[in-house]
Design a protein around this ligand. Structure first.
Ligand code: ADP
Ligand code: MG
Length: 246
């Protein structure tokens, strides 16, 4: 990523993006005209009810889909204009993901799953698996290193998902309803973990949720209704300090 930018300049810049989906004869306008700057180290929540456009917005931000109009830049790189190969390389070097359904590979152990982002960066096997084991210990899974996803609870799988998202120290971690399948106690643990890593390493988090309890962890809450930003609130830090396990 380019680093000439002074510290005050935004890490993520969203300019006039619009996203349309063709649906039969009709067109669904999922995002209308979104403008947003997100700074390095910010924990930014994209908040709204179901169907408000949150996942569509995250997909444009992370380069998973191309906006119909407008542009997204991360660290000055116009990711909405990169081709598939450039995007894959960009994601491997700069982005991490935490999924609602965990998305661990079923035939790999926890250690192998967490080591994957380092494999894509060319780190030799012994080193990357050592780093993965350290990461799994940090998320409280030292007793599950060689377990397969099906042998772990949802909360444990999501801890492994977090270890995988953060292991390569990405600039931005995207999380779309990361605790959507988890109980409230586990939700707190998972959110503390995500925010703890991000604060310690000054990483940017884009957290998509419809749940006000989760939004309470963010520094900033951007609220969407019908594909438009209707409010953008910066908050003082209350929750999600560095937990002792980190
Ligand atoms: P949220 O994540 O806030 O629940 P989405 O971003 O998934 O909302 O969806 C926003 C709107 O865009 C909805 O009306 C949804 O039906 C529509 N939409 C999302 N993806 C597609 C698609 N691939 N094709 C057609 N419509 C879509
Ligand atoms: Mg969604």
């Amino acid at each position: 990523m380019q680093e000439p930018c002074p510290r005050k300049c935004p890490l993520i810049e969203v300019r006039d993006i619009r996203k349309e989906y063709p649906l039969g004869e009709e067109t669904v306008v999922a995002l209308k005209r979104i403008n947003l700057n997100i700074m390095r180290g910010e924990i930014c929540c994209i908040f709204g009810t179901s169907g408000s456009g949150k996942s569509t917005f995250l997909n444009q931000l992370a380069g998973m889909e191309k906006p119909t109009r407008g542009e997204v830049r991360i660290g000055g790189v116009p990711i909405s204009r990169l081709d598939e190969n450039q995007l894959a390389a960009f994601r491997q070097h700069h982005l991490g993901f935490v999924f609602q359904a965990y998305n661990l590979l079923p035939n790999l152990t926890a250690t192998e799953n967490v080591a994957l982002p380092l494999m894509f960066r060319g780190v030799p096997r012994k080193q990357r698996e050592e780093a993965a084991r350290r990461m799994l210990c940090r998320v409280g899974l030292s007793h599950r290193l060689d377990h397969f996803p099906r042998q772990m609870s949802g909360g444990q799988q999501q801890r492994a998902g977090i270890a995988r998202a953060f292991i390569a120290r990405p600039d931005v971690v995207f999380a779309d309803e990361p605790t959507g399948n988890l109980d409230s106690k586990t939700t707190v643990e998972i959110m503390e973990m995500i925010c703890g890593f991000a604060r310690r390493y000054h990483q940017t988090i884009i957290l998509v949720t419809h749940d006000p309890e989760m939004a309470a962890y963010a520094d900033r809450i951007v609220r969407l209704i019908d594909g438009e930003i209707v409010s953008d609130e910066t908050r003082s830090r209350q929750k999600g300090g560095t937990p002792t396990c980190l």
